[in-house]
Design a protein around this ligand. Structure first.
Ligand code: SAH
Length: 382
């Protein structure tokens, strides 16, 4: 071949050039299809269409959900000649790690991910002595506009696909399995939908992601449903739908105020579904699933931390299958609010306890790396 020959006339180039996987753009503005978007039957059907034996679906699924790899060169049980095509059909790259930050001696790690379209999301891995929790994002940004939350300030960019949600957990599992998180090789034991986004505003993708995470290998990743928590601002119809899914996941409700007057401002969607309606949906959830609901309450100094509000909250929750997770407010840029004084926090705990309501105070893991509750803003700047 003459080097002077114009590139476009080179027959090797004039043929439709397959874009590299990283450059491939979905036609319909959605992330590329990935095996985690499909159940095993769907994966088999895709492979059958490609003329591949359907049992390859199980092999690929085991690589992804059991060995946490999507690299063709790591799939030695597949014919060398078809590895790339198989991976290309069902394991396209979805999220690219843009930046990693860690603290707590490497046992807390926040990853900034870039999607196929440039959308940014974050996930956080937290290793404790007895468990590893992955905090995942369900949307790029969030449309719920809670004024104390950094994600809420940025607005919604888009929903994540099922596979984009699952990919965050698989990435953590891969790190752990490879022994790259201090503490020796390990597994993801818990998943909390408490990263960016309102999970129940991306209902279908989130519920399918829960199934993929919790179905056994090779259908899914084999994490226990009881170790998965879905957190919501209180989208009442979606809570009712979730209760009917026959899943044993924990529901967390971000309440933050016992009274509508204050909650209308802290969680703007409260103007649509009031405290009483949100809690009624939560109790229906406990009745349907037998699972204790977690009530999330960020303690904000002089805003929602008064003793009378603790009593009001205690009265609402007394005798219910609920426990309160108090979250000392984490700082976010531009917010004038700050965490409660220690004495106010102690009194809040004491009053809830005196109503017989179980209370825990959440740790502030990841604060130094803006990876704690409400701090995920996914900005690309270093
Ligand atoms: N949108 C869902 C999922 C996000 S979970 C939800 O709101 O439940 C993140 C949790 O952290 C929520 O309970 C949220 O209210 C809380 N949070 C947000 N900003 C915070 C902040 N600055 N400090 C402490 N907690 C915060």
């Amino acid at each position: 071949m003459s080097p002077a020959r114009p590139l476009a006339r080179d027959p090797a180039v004039a043929r439709p050039v397959p874009l590299t996987l990283a450059e491939r753009r979905p036609k319909n503005g959605r992330p590329p299809r990935h095996l985690a978007d499909l159940d095993l039957a769907g994966r088999r059907a895709v492979l059958a269409d490609l003329g591949e034996p359907p049992f390859r679906a199980v092999q690929l699924s085991r690589h992804y959900f059991g060995r946490y790899t999507q690299r063709p060169d790591e799939m030695s049980d597949l014919p060398r000649a078809s590895r790339a095509a198989l991976a290309g059909a069902l394991l396209p790259p979805l999220l690219t790690a843009e930046r990693e930050l860690s603290c707590d001696g490497g046992t807390t790690r926040k990853t900034l991910w870039r999607g196929y379209d440039g959308a940014l999301v974050e996930s956080v891995l937290m290793r404790y002595p007895d468990r590893v929790t992955m905090c995942v994002s369900s949307q790029a940004g969030c449309g719920m506009a809670c004024p104390f939350c950094a994600t809420g300030q940025a607005g919604l960019t888009r929903n994540l696909s099922t596979a984009e949600i699952v990919a965050q957990v698989v990435a953590g599992a891969r790190l752990l399995a490879a022994g790259e998180v201090p503490g020796g090789p390990g597994r993801v034991s818990n998943v909390v939908f408490m990263g960016m986004g309102e999970p129940l505003a991306n209902y279908a993708s989130v519920v399918t992601a829960v199934r993929r995470l919790t179905d056994p290998v090779p259908e899914g990743m084999g994490i226990s449903q009881r170790s998965v928590t879905v957190s919501t601002v209180g989208l009442v119809p979606a809570i009712a739908r979730l209760a009917a899914e026959d899943l044993s996941v924990t529901l967390a409700v971000s309440l933050h105020a016992p009274d509508d007057e204050l909650r209308d401002t802290l969680v703007p969607v409260n103007r649509r579904w009031k405290v009483a309606e949100v809690l009624a949906a939560a109790w229906d959830y406990t009745a349907a699933t037998g699972r204790r609901v977690s009530i999330e309450y960020a303690l904000i100094r002089d805003v929602n931390d008064q003793a009378w509000r603790a009593d009001a909250l205690g009265s609402l929750l007394a005798g219910r299958l609920a426990h309160v997770n108090l979250i000392p407010l984490n700082p976010t840029p531009g917010s004038k609010w700050t965490a409660s004084r220690p004495a106010a926090q102690r009194e809040f705990v004491r009053r809830l306890t005196s109503h017989g309501v179980p209370v825990t105070v959440r740790d502030t893991r990841g604060r130094e790396i803006d990876g704690a509750c409400g701090q995920l803003a996914a900005s690309a700047r270093p």
